[in-house]
Design a protein. Sequence first.
Lengths: 110, 676
Amino acid sequence: MIRKLLQTALRTTTHDAQFAENGVQGLALIERMRPDVVFTDVAMPEMDGFEMADAVRARPELAHIPIVFMTASAQRDQIEECFRHGAAGHLAKPFTMSELRARVALYARS
Amino acid sequence: MRILPRSLHFYVAASTIYAALVFLAVQWIYSIQLAESGLVIARRDTGDVLSAIQNVSFVVWLGISLIAAVVLHRLGKAFAEARSEGDQKEQVLGSIFGLSSALAGPLDLEEIGRRFLSTVRGALDSEVTVALIVYDDVLEAFRTIAADGPMGADLHGQTYSASALPAIIRTRVIDHRRSLILSNTGTDADTWAKLSHDMPQVASARSFGALPLVSRDRLVGALLLLSGRAGALVPDRVQVPMIMGQYVAASIHTALSVSEAEARAERETMVNRVAQRARASLDPDEILRATVEELARVLGVSRALVALGETEDDLSVSYEWNAAGVVPVGIGSRGIPTAQLAARLGRTVVVSDIREDPRFAQAFAAGSTQRDAIAVAATPIRVGGKLAGALSFAQIGQPREWSAEDISLMEAVAQELRVAIASAEAFAQQRRVVTELEALNRAKSDFVSVVSHEFRTPLTGIQGFSEMMRSDDLTLEEMREYAGDINKDAQRLNRMINEMLDLDKMESGRMPLHHDPVDLNAVSGECADRVRPNAPTHSLTLRLDPDLGMVLGDRDKLVQVVANLLNNAVKYSPKGGEIVLATRAEGETVHLLVRDHGMGIPGEALQSIFERYGRVESRATRYIQGTGLGLPIVQQIVLLHGGKVWAESTVGEGSIFHVTLPRAVARPLAAAGIAS
């Protein structure tokens, strides 16, 4: 549902948005696509958002890519955990589409 | 002349001289009177008649004088007697006052005894032996604190157990508090034989007295009087010692109270120290440690230990303290003979030299844990009337006389320990309750965060799609699609709220249930059809027993049970795999099971997953959506239907959830009719 929401929200922009099912697929997608920005959930099957972020940070050629976590909680400890895993930003659910679009505009080059 | 008292000689002589003088005077006056009247009586001539008269009157005078002498003598004697009696009374009173001033001020018992004897001595013949015996609470015996007189040496230092006192003394003197005087032990031969048999130290007495010492209604002791001379002690003669006895009784009472108070104060100081050290921690082990060390230090023993256990044979060493160079008994050791004996008897046991005590000869010789001990002592610790353990002490290498103070200290500390152990247990219990409450509280806040997490995701959808519908240019078709998405999310929120409310209702017994015949096979099929679209990577197999029969229940709720179990099977086997839903008739029950090949459940969580908020939280389950209410709801519904639910699982291989429900026995055909 969130994926569909993001897809719909970004549909009207010029950005090329690609989606993955879980952390493993996400990592593969990042490698292949080298995106300007990654939006990820924390809770995902196979490999969660934090593990994926760690894997991205561990790869010098990918380490520069900003990662924005979408969390279901705005609690301080969870936000702090996001930044410990190298987050460039953080979106707490429920977030507005304008927030999302503003974040995309901030990081996307085109 | 020797039969006459000396004082009478004086009176006889005096009255004889007086009679002679009166006679001569009368004679002389007669002769003058006769001469004046002209009559001259020739002494010698007419003397016959006159001298006869004169002789008679002389004898009469002499008689009167003698009678007067005797009367005067009697009077004088009576007067002197009266005077001397007064003097004696004065003397006795003086000595009583002297005693009372001698006994003023705080004195110890021995000093009281000495002062008393030196005073009472003066009121008694020197042949009488006096002994002062005082009741000692700790010894439970009468102890001689002072003895003086010919037989004093025999009585000195003697103790007489209260129960072993001669019966006549026990009943008459101790119980009834009356004095016992045997003036002549020969005449009361029977009584005396019995008395001297029980009290051989006094056997040589020929006259015996025992006077109770009572102060403020408390019998503090007795005064023993003995004499080697029969008849030396009669009730009249013991008046003074009896009065003095009351004075000394008051002093003894005070001294006893003071020494009792001092002993109490000393014990309290020690016990307070124990309590202070124990207060630093409410840990029972720490209390034992502090107590044993403190007590060992105060008693100056070589070894002190606490053995805990609820029976004599269970007693095992929980903590021990050993002086430098003393070999430890060992924590957990059993078979401490004194501790066991104290536990068995339920009272303090002291042995000053075990080599001379037959009770321990065997125990200590046969490889006892305390075989190096010479003097031993132990006191039981009882909590709530039941044995909890024993304190045991040992003196290594040398005998030791355990004093009454030692014993009362051990007992007082055992008492404190009892209280401390009980309160530490209460504290531990309280702590468990607090821990449980904290866990519950944590579970609640975890639940709130889980719920808020679960609520936020649909809320994001609702908010996001409606935002786009409001501000983006959308076609009617897109509008409809997004409205449908919003609707789905709203339904999801509604379902979650309902689940929470349902569980709450069921747990508080406010959930009304239908009791209709339900075909679980039909329910299973329906649920499987519902779940399949959401589980494309799973193969869902149904193995339904065609002869299952019916269960009586609420169809909607049973659908919820099966759906929840199937949804869980799908959710917790994220890699897919086979899911089996099977039903079986088993006698009076219907058995339904759901097996998956998912991540499995750790053994320790197999129970707690059915508790509210009891979801297994781990890295592997974090992404799996759920409120943690699914299984609690399943359990509540099954319980309300009189059934059972449980799980078995192997981590990494999968889980099986079992539900059994009572089978509806009556009218299967009719029931089938209704169900269809």
